[in-house]
Design a binder for this molecule. Structure first.
Ligand SMILES: C[S@@+](CC[C@H](N)C(=O)[O-])C[C@H]1O[C@@H](n2cnc3c(N)ncnc32)[C@H](O)[C@@H]1O
Length: 237
């Protein structure tokens, strides 16, 4: 059986990043994986005990997200649910690397819009990003919006969003998708965590994605809890 360390090592083996960035991710994943598991199945509010827990997308899922981003050349990325900013590091690395690969200048032509409701968590996320290797410029690629996602994603989105990571309490997944969808380009990808483990709570999201009028195709990858991958194919798809 894979150990925590070997799972993290395997995931990080696909991530080109500065040694300080990889060391930070290794430390944060280890911390997150040693906390008791938490799956959001709550339709209203998370249990207050969950508020301070170190919850982060598992390393293998982060690596998959990173590879999907690199495969699609995604540069404009929205993250619903940032917490302590672990997954956000992967998003920022991919946005920057895709922008540079497309011949764009440093800091140009891409952004990760990160969202977190709790100011203390947002502060921790910023602290973590400042501990990444300077050459990765992680913080420069992130626009962190602190507040309720139903407000923070209401304005000032990129004209063409390439990717949406839904890693937030299940009842907020569909509201977040509805806010971002008008800006999604054809081929934009949506990833949502724990859709099998929290199937009932995700009922509205799954029904929305399955309605042909909304223009999505989806599949669920058999990662722990189930990882939904949906593609916006548009009304003619
Ligand atoms: C599963 S955690 C995100 C983990 C993060 N993606 C990672 O892998 O490092 C979900 C986060 O969504 C945040 N959240 C909950 N309700 C929110 C809301 N209404 N607006 C913005 N963020 C919210 C929670 O505080 C929590 O930190």
């Amino acid at each position: 059986m894979a150990t925590t360390e070997s799972m993290i090592d395997e995931a990080l083996s696909s991530i080109p990043a500065a040694p300080a960035t990889l060391a930070l991710l290794r430390r944060l994943h280890t911390q997150a994986l040693t906390e008791p598991a938490y799956v959001s199945t709550d339709d209203t509010q998370p249990a207050s005990a969950a508020l301070d827990r170190f919850v982060a997308l598992e390393p293998a899922k982060c690596a998959l997200v990173y590879l999907l981003l690199r495969a699609s050349g995604a540069r404009y990325i929205v993250e619903a649910g940032t917490s302590f900013g672990v997954s956000t590091v992967y998003l920022a690395l991919a946005a920057r690397q895709n922008a540079l690969a497309a011949g764009l200048q440093e800091g140009q032509g891409g952004k990760v819009i990160a969202t977190e409701n709790e100011p203390a968590k947002a502060d921790r996320a910023r602290t973590h990003w400042a501990q990444t290797g300077g050459e990765d410029r992680v913080g420069e690629w992130i626009d962190l919006r602190v507040g309720d996602i139903r407000e923070t994603l209401r304005t000032n989105l990129p004209e063409a969003v390439d990717f949406l990571l839904l890693d937030i309490w299940a009842y907020l997944a569909l509201p977040a998708l509805r806010l971002v969808k008008p800006k999604m380009r054809i081929g934009a990808t949506v990833v949502a965590d724990n859709v099998v483990a929290a199937q009932e709570s995700y009922g509205d999201l799954l029904a929305y994605l399955d309605d042909p009028a909304n223009g999505f195709k989806r599949s669920t990858a058999p990662y722990p809890g189930g990882l939904l991958i949906a593609v916006y194919v548009g009304s003619s798809g």
